[in-house]
Design a protein around this ligand. Structure first.
Ligand code: KG4
Ligand code: ZN
Length: 343
């Protein structure tokens, strides 16, 4: 029997996305990006995001159904991101999902956005995965190590106690006038730079836990830039070197804690998700770390599956559908802006 078709919606932050999925198979994944709208603010402006979600959502739904070549009568459930995310943004997707579930008399599935990033490598993977797996979610809002005993059973083993890794890259990119979001630009600049030019400190080495901290790295960057600029203004090559060194410092910190974690926990596979997972260098450094533990890395099949998207919400919903985990009272579903994965 074929898997039930799910129409999934994600409006957690600044991208409006709708997808159609069947189990872990992605039939369509439409993303209306708001990057251009928020760039002048150097970050996501919540009221602007909410308004843009409202303007874009109907169109993304229409296109997602069209690209998947399905009509409403073939859809078995609606899925929506309940949290975490920006409250005004979440509200738009949740309101639309309630409207659609009621109108088409379909069950509604509420999904955690971090669980979706964690399971995003399963989309279209077709592999028989081994447990326990460790998901590393590295995005603009999270840097988490999540142990997955089985789908639906999670334990967060480590997390950033302050800024997320993507946030640190964005903030330092702003200091370098690279625009927003700076993560992908830092990746390009770093390719032309010397990652050993500046030695970025390695934080939290004296602690036994697997938590991380990126705000000290950001302060280090600000001080270092001030120091360099008192001598001369940064030329192109200096900026490349700085980007390469800082990016290396951020990823080295994650890999250091990952290595420590793998020495103490038996893990069969590592799954990498979140916006920063699109970065080729973090993938290379994590693979290098996993080599000595003989563990394989799984990443999402495309960059679109790394960034915020509804296909990953649909993948989680596919598993929840199997367990019949539907929202009991659709009218009462509320957004959960600070919802952590194992709570
Ligand atoms: O998962 P995501 O799209 O949204 C959140 O849930 O936060 O992640 C966005 C973050 C931003 O900080 C962005 O700079 C970063 O992912 N990012 C990257 C790359 N592409 C996106 N960071 C480094 N290298 C990239 N190629
Ligand atoms: Zn995200």
């Amino acid at each position: 029997m074929s898997e039930p078709l799910i129409l999934a919606i994600d409006t957690s932050c600044d991208d409006t996305s709708t997808a159609v999925t069947a189990g872990t198979k992605v039939l369509s994944n439409v993303i209306a990006s708001q990057t251009q709208l928020h760039a002048p603010y150097g970050g996501v402006f919540p009221t602007v995001a909410k308004q843009a979600h409202k303007e874009n959502i109907n169109q993304t739904i229409k296109i997602a159904l069209k690209r998947a070549k399905v009509t409403w009568d073939k859809i078995s459930a609606i899925a929506v991101t309940q949290g975490p995310g920006l409250a005004p943004s979440l509200e738009v997707g949740i309101a639309k999902s309630k409207e659609l579930a009621t109108k088409h008399k379909l069950p509604l599935i509420a999904v955690n956005h971090i669980e979706a990033h964690a399971l995003s490598p399963l989309a279209n993977s077709g592999v028989d995965h081994q447990f326990p797996a460790l998901a590393i979610v590295v995005s603009g809002g999270h840097t988490d190590f999540i142990k997955i005993t089985q789908i639906g059973e999670y334990e967060r083993l480590g997390f950033s106690i302050d800024d997320a890794a993507g946030e640190a890259l964005d903030k330092v990119g702003r200091m370098l006038n690279l625009g927003y979001p700076a993560g992908p630009i830092i990746e390009q600049f770093a390719k032309k730079g010397d990652s050993k030019k500046h030695s970025v400190p390695l934080p939290m080495t004296g602690r036994e836990d697997f938590n991380m901290s990126f705000s000290g790295l950001k302060t280090w960057a600000r001080n270092k830039l001030e120091q360099i600029e008192t001598q001369n203004t940064l030329n192109k090559q200096d900026t490349y070197d700085f980007a390469a060194s800082f990016q290396y410092g951020v990823f080295r910190h994650i890999c250091y804690k990952l290595n420590k974690l793998l020495k103490q926990h038996q893990i069969s596979e590592v799954w990498l998700g979140g916006g920063v997972a699109a970065n080729i260098e973090i993938r290379r450094m994590i693979r290098e770390t996993l080599k000595s533990h003989n563990i394989k890395l799984f990443t999402p099949y495309s960059k679109r599956l790394c960034m915020d998207n509804a296909a990953m919400i649909g993948v989680v919903a596919g598993f929840k559908f199997e367990q019949q985990q539907f929202v009991k009272n659709i009218k009462e579903l509320e957004r959960r802006p600070r919802w952590e994965i194992n709570t």
